[in-house]
Structure formats: C-alpha cells, structure tokens
Ligand binder design. Structure first.
Ligand code: G1P
Length: 301
C-alpha cells in the first residue's frame, strides 16, 4: 500500500461544554488563540504535512466553522480598497481550495472512534491522518510532518506519543510499549497494546497518545465492529489496538514540540500565553505584564 497520505480527518463534533457559555453559540474550534481559531492551527499543520483533502466531522450548531472556511469577497474587496495588504494576505491564507474540504455529520455523539468511522466513505482504501484540533502542538517542524516523515520508513499505524505523569495517564489513551525502535531518529516505539483511559495505577506505561494519528484503512474496518469502550463510547484507541491483535504494527512517535491541551481552560490559557509570546508585536508588552504579576505574587508571599 502506498505510504502517501493526502487526507486528514478533523473530528469537531464535540459540544465543548467545558467552555460554556461561550460554546453556546460559538463552536469550540473557532475559539481563538491570539487571533487564529484553534482549527486554523490544525489546518496549517495538515497543509505543512502535505495534506490536500480536509474532512471535518461536524454536528449540529457548527455552521460557523463552515463559514470560516468560505472565501469572503466583500471583506477582501474592502481590505484591498483600503490598501491593507498584510491583512488581505492573512485572510487569503485561510481560504481553502474549492473541493478540498468536506463536511460530514456525526448524528449521534458516540465517541471519537465513531466520529472517525463516519468519514469512512471519503477515505476509501488509503492511509489517512487524524488531527484533534484540541491538541495544539507548537513545534519547529509541525508534528504531523514529523510523523509522516517517520511513517515513510515504518508504514503501519502511527500515533503521536508523549510522556505524562502517572497520575495523569487516566485522561489519555496509553501505549503498552513492546520495544524502542531507536532507528527512526530515536523517536519511535512499537506498541504491543493500547488502553483508553486506564484506571489510576493500571496504565501499561507513561506514554500517552496525543491527538495526531496516521492510520491504515484497516482501522476503519475494525470500527465496523468496535463495541463501546471507556466512558461508554466507541473508542479510536480500541480500533487501533485491534490492528495490533491482527498482527499489524502500531508505532508511537515521540514528537518534538510542546503540546497544549486546549480542551481544558488551563491549557487554553497556557497556549494563549505561549503563542502570544511567540509574536514579535506582542512579546514585550505581555512579558512586562507577566513580570509585573510575578513580582506582585512574590511580594504577597
Ligand atoms: C482522545 C483520545 C485519547 C487521547 C486524547 C489526546 O481523548 O480518545 O486516546 O489520548 O484524545 O488528547 P479525549 O481527550 O477526547 O477524551
């Protein structure tokens, strides 16, 4: 099977209840880190990795997401008239080619595995990527690009992996590590199993799955029969794990970069600060502000 990956699935059907009341009318994926919606970071990462077909698994109430990817001729014309070329450029970067983007509805909230399965007909019989926009990864080389370069050598299935503290493991899918493959720049491990949200103290390792996947179509077949798992949901982890049982390899890729859990408020705020500090026009002012707060806190101790 070819190892060229051109399609990516973005599961964005979640209700985002942790961010209520904001998410009452704004999809979580449209919430902004500095001035870019979460979903834009995901798209940029996918593009950098060579993805050309973007499949969004959505749900009711996500129309703002579809609007976001539309061209906006009126706005563009206005900016052109006013000579605001930089803004015009920024806006154009967000435009998607006609036909490059597809939306499919997940009619029932049955879990991540089910969301991915909803896109099966658009994937067909080729390897594909999955990006969870909640997991934002700041990296010199975008995470999915790192993974696809490694995948060229390994094939199989690959998930992004990161070490987490043992008491945090139950919030993730966790790899049961067979061996370290040092080979591909020392970043790859081979898994002999995967467990979704293990109970405290029962995680097979401290290597957690982060929301980037390169999967073979067999995982979609497995999802045809995957029963409800952790949290009563159909889990992607279980369908990938079924591939291991069928003798197909699953690799964990220890990416280089910093991951922010933008599904949580604390993670979202940390990402906001980190991405703002990375911007030339914001750095100094924000740094001064943060220093001021740190000093006040120290003085109060
Ligand atoms: C999902 C996956 C889990 C993975 C996590 C990474 O869980 O099911 O395996 O470790 O994303 O963010 P969720 O955070 O949606 O509960």
């Amino acid at each position: 099977m070819s190892r060229k990956v051109t399609k990516a699935i973005f599961p964005v059907a979640g209700l985002g209840t942790r961010f209520l009341p904001a998410t009452k009318s704004v999809p979580k994926e449209i919430m902004t880190l500095v001035d870019r919606p979460l979903v834009q970071y995901a798209i940029d990462e996918a593009r950098a990795a060579g993805i050309t077909e973007f499949i969004f698994v959505t749900s009711r109430g996500k129309s703002a997401l579809e609007d976001y990817f539309d061209h906006s001729p009126v706005l563009e014309q206005e900016l052109r008239k006013k000579g605001k070329d930089a803004l015009l450029g920024t806006l154009k970067e967000t435009n998607m080619d006609s036909g490059a983007i597809a939306y499919i509805r997940q009619h029932q909230a049955l879990g991540l595995g089910h969301a991915v399965w909803c896109a099966r007909r658009l994937i067909g019989d080729e390897p594909f990527a999955v990006i969870l926009p909640d997991d934002v990864i700041a990296a010199e080389k975008p995470c999915l690009q790192q993974m696809l370069e490694a995948y060229e050598e390994t094939g199989g299935n690959m998930v992004a992996a990161m070490e987490v503290a043992p008491e945090k493991a139950s919030a993730y899918g966790v790899l049961d590590v067979n061996r370290d493959l040092g080979g591909v720049s020392g970043m790859v491990v081979e898994a002999k199993g995967m467990v979704e949200k293990p109970k405290l103290g029962e995680a097979p390792s401290n290597l957690a799955v982060i929301g980037r996947y390169v999967l073979s179509p067999s995982v979609l077949k497995n999802l045809d029969n995957t029963q409800k798992g952790a949290g009563g949901e159909i889990q992607l982890t279980d369908a990938i794990s079924a591939d291991i049982r069928q003798g197909k390899p699953v690799y964990g890729y220890r990416f280089r970069g910093e991951r922010f859990d933008c599904g949580s408020k604390a993670g979202f705020l940390q990402a906001t600060v980190a991405f703002a500090l990375a911007r030339d026009e914001l750095r100094d002012e924000l740094q001064d502000y943060l220093r001021g707060i740190a000093q006040q806190t120290k003085a109060a101790e």
